[in-house]
Design a protein around this ligand. Structure first.
Ligand SMILES: [Zn+2]
Length: 114
């Protein structure tokens, strides 16, 4: 029964992010300034910029907090005007983007970067 076996494998290895494409060391983030329309690209090192978010796990071994995701907070400044763009990005434990909040601009693109 290969189907059942796959399911078991999923349960055992599920937390290891095997299917993740989030293994690149950095992100290239492109935003567009709301005030002047300038597109600004910025490179972010995941290891330095991503803040770990912990979730206390209730249960028999609940004393160990588990990483529930990552948070990235960034202020981006273009060259055409002096308006700061505030960007907050939420990632899952496999550093895949879940959602974002942005002030002063809009998010154009997020790609993995070496
Ligand atoms: Zn601008």
């Amino acid at each position: 029964m290969p189907g059942l076996f796959e399911k078991l494998r999923e349960v055992v290895l599920g937390s290891r992010c095997l299917d993740s494409n989030g293994t690149a060391p950095a992100l290239m983030i492109t935003v567009r300034c709301k005030h002047c329309g300038e597109e600004i690209s910025t490179r972010v090192e995941k290891a330095h910029a991503l803040q770990e978010q912990y979730e206390m796990v209730a249960g028999d071994h609940g004393e160990e907090p588990e990483i529930s995701g990552y948070l990235l907070q960034k202020e981006i400044l273009g060259e055409k005007c002096q308006r700061l763009i505030h960007l907050i990005m939420h990632f899952d434990p496999c550093t895949r983007l879940l959602k974002h909040e942005i002030e002063g601009g809009e998010l154009v693109e997020v790609t993995d970067s070496d």
